[in-house]
Ligand binder design. Structure first.
Ligand SMILES: *Cc1c(COP(=O)(O)O)cnc(C)c1O
Length: 424
């Protein structure tokens, strides 16, 4: 069930969640704004954790899906660790209260400075993605007299069957160590005294809507673990990454139980500690982008609803051709006249389209609409393009709401730049 439902909290039915009407949020905070439901975040985490309970998997929330401290902390309070991909995300995880030993550091381009910060924080695992990274980490840890706990991220060469830009596990993708080179790199890592090799990691892509790519990749990982063990390495951890998809339109992503059962089989076979790194699954449906219609423009055949949110706030439709459902915030009567509209933002790019050719109740200037399933890869991919401060973020909880990332003022936006003395 969608976390945001029409409820008659204040008269006519309006979209609401956690006992809060979105109209009240729009009036208090303005638009555009991201709105997240605590009830939905918590329910999704609990359901995910329950499906993985038989595997006793550690859940490291992939912060890049939504890096708001309040979101990270909401999961942290339920027991989540964190998967981070930069020093900025590392600091966010620590600030949100995630225990360092439950932090995994992923990413193909960790700098020496980032490695040092993560070693100082004493994180639980570095997922190493290449031979040069392995050598660099060994040097940084050695200089500090520390041992870095590492897993080798392998590229299983499996096609996740997802969008080109978010497939990460094929051999032409930049991620992970080539499968066939992994044993040699494992041997090399075992020689380095500043490295403590604990396991194997992988992540084959995002928004997977079928189970078989997971199954194929897990099988490749299992065979590698067995081979490494046969060669005498103690492989105690297997990090399976994230990637479980959600329904944006008409996809039928794998059921949680089926995903959980697949992992449970792996645990039985390998007797190994499992880590998973879900991002999108936990946050996407728990958030929406609330926006107001500025103008409705009817150009002959074409109708445009020009709204105050744009590609700088939510770039997924522009970047991936992503589909997000759009619904009016005030429920339209069943017999309301309808029309086909493109929902577009004010940015000066033809690609600034939020939704194309949607059949919606006839909209008018001033109407509020919600762009659904925008909790993941929304707010944190925002920019200030076109001099537009990105949409703020609001968290709902038990009849209350709080602004968890305020809208930047135009003064704050302009204060980012500094005139050099020769132009002052
Ligand atoms: C992006 C990413 C994730 C999370 O992916 P989702 O599709 O959001 O679950 C997990 N692990 C790594 C290494 C990632 O890069």
């Amino acid at each position: 069930m969608d976390p945001f439902q029409y409820r008659a909290l204040r008269g006519a039915p309006e979209l609401a969640a956690d006992g809060v009407a979105l109209v009240a949020v729009a009036e208090a905070v303005g638009t555009p704004t991201y709105v997240y439901s605590s009830a939905a975040l918590e329910a999704r985490y609990r359901a995910f954790a329950a499906a993985l309970a038989p595997s006793r998997a550690r859940i490291c929330y992939a912060i890049k899906a939504n890096d708001n401290l309040a979101v990270i902390r909401s999961f942290g309070k339920l027991g989540a660790g964190a998967d981070v991909v930069s020093e900025g995300e590392l600091r966010a995880a620590l600030k949100a209260g995630i225990a360092p030993e439950h932090i995994v550091f992923s990413g193909v381009g960790k700098t020496a400075r980032e490695m040092a910060a993560a070693l100082d924080a004493d994180i639980g695992q570095f997922n190493v993605e290449s031979a040069p990274e392995l050598e660099a980490l060994a040097v940084v840890a050695g200089t500090k007299g520390l041992r870095a706990k590492i897993a080798l991220r392998i590229n299983p060469d499996v096609d996740a069957g997802t969008h080109e830009k978010i497939a990460t596990g094929r051999k032409q993708d930049k991620f992970g160590v080539a499968y066939d080179e992994a044993p040699a790199l494992f041997r090399r890592a075992a020689e380095l005294r500043s490295l403590d090799v604990v396991g194997v990691a992988m992540h084959i892509g995002s928004q997977l809507t079928r189970l078989d790519p997971f199954e194929a990749a897990f099988e490749r990982a299992a065979q590698l673990v067995e081979r490494l063990r046969a060669e005498g390495h103690a492989v105690s951890r297997l990090d399976l990454g994230g990637g479980l998809g959600i329904r944006y339109r008409d996809e039928t992503p794998p059921a949680l139980d089926a995903y959980g059962a697949l992992i449970e089989r792996l645990v039985r076979r390998l007797n190994i500690e499992i880590t998973v790194e879900p991002g999108r699954y936990l946050v996407a449906p728990a958030g929406l982008l609330l926006t107001r219609v500025i103008y409705v423009k009817r150009n002959g055949e074409k109708n445009f609803a020009i709204v105050d949110a744009a590609m700088n706030d939510l770039i997924r439709p522009t970047l991936y051709g992503a589909y997000h459902r759009v619904v009016p915030v005030r429920e339209a009567p069943a017999d309301a006249p309808r029309e086909t509209v493109d929902v577009v933002g004010p940015v000066c790019e033809s690609g600034d389209v939020l939704a194309l050719g949607r059949d919606l109740p006839r909209l008018a200037a001033g109407d509020l609409v919600a762009i659904l399933d925008a909790g993941a890869y929304g707010a944190n991919m925002a920019s200030a393009y076109n001099g537009r401060p990105p949409a703020p973020e609001v968290l709902l909880k038990d009849g209350r709401f709080a602004v968890i990332r305020p809208r930047l003022s135009l003064e704050a936006l302009l204060a980012r730049d500094v005139l050099p003395d020769w132009l002052a």
